[in-house]
Design a protein around this ligand. Structure first.
Ligand SMILES: [Mg+2]
Length: 201
């Protein structure tokens, strides 16, 4: 199978890290379990100006490297590949996050998985670009590709992925997607142990 695996909150614990950033730099205390929506400006109650600083902070190298790996993610990726699957990491991070993302993956023995940077949220123009950054793929360009299986957590992306009605889609259970209405090809999965059970890996 050709498999699309999202990065943030599928391979690493991004929201937990962002909660710590919001507390440390903006004195906003929100528990991960209370992140019920994907709009972080709303979740943390940040002004537009604070949100710009928050996004810049969250994409700094030290911040991206500080993300904890999601339980079971590393071994599952390696085992999926060993079972013959073609695994792609498809992230909404900007191309400018490429170096830190590659470093994080390499430190966990995942450095040779292909990574596609997709402008999932229409924010790419707001990010800084370095000449060495890989190109960022647009959402229509991503949707023109074909995958057999998707693992993602973001409701805004899941809405776009209704363009792939024949693709099996695992909705990685997180507080912000508990109320997402699943399409017939979608299954909510509780972490990597359940994904492995579903796929017999
Ligand atoms: Mg995600």
């Amino acid at each position: 199978m050709k498999i699309y695996v999202d990065m943030d909150d599928v391979l690493c614990e991004t929201a937990r890290h962002l909660c710590r950033l919001a507390e440390r730099f903006f004195q906003r205390t929100v528990a991960y379990e209370q992140v019920f929506q994907f709009d972080l400006q709303e979740v943390f109650g940040l002004t537009d100006e604070e949100m710009k600083r928050f996004m810049a902070l969250s994409h700094r190298r030290d911040s991206l490297l500080a993300h904890a790996a999601t339980r079971g993610a590393r071994k599952s990726l390696l085992d999926l590949r060993a079972a013959g699957h073609d695994v792609h990491i498809v992230t909404g991070r900007p191309g400018s996050a490429h170096a830190a993302t590659a470093e994080w993956l390499a430190k966990r023995g995942l450095g040779d998985f292909p990574v596609t940077f997709v402008d999932k949220y229409g924010r790419d123009a707001h990010y800084p670009h370095n000449p060495d950054d890989p190109p960022t793929v647009t959402l229509p360009e991503l949707l023109a590709q074909k995958f057999d299986l998707v693992i993602d957590d973001s409701p805004s992306i899941l809405r776009h992925l209704t363009a792939w009605p024949k693709t099996r889609i695992f909705v990685f259970a997180r507080p912000w997607n508990v109320h997402y209405a699943l399409a017939p090809n979608m299954t909510r999965v509780n972490g990597w142990p359940e994904i492995r059970r579903q796929l017999n890996v």
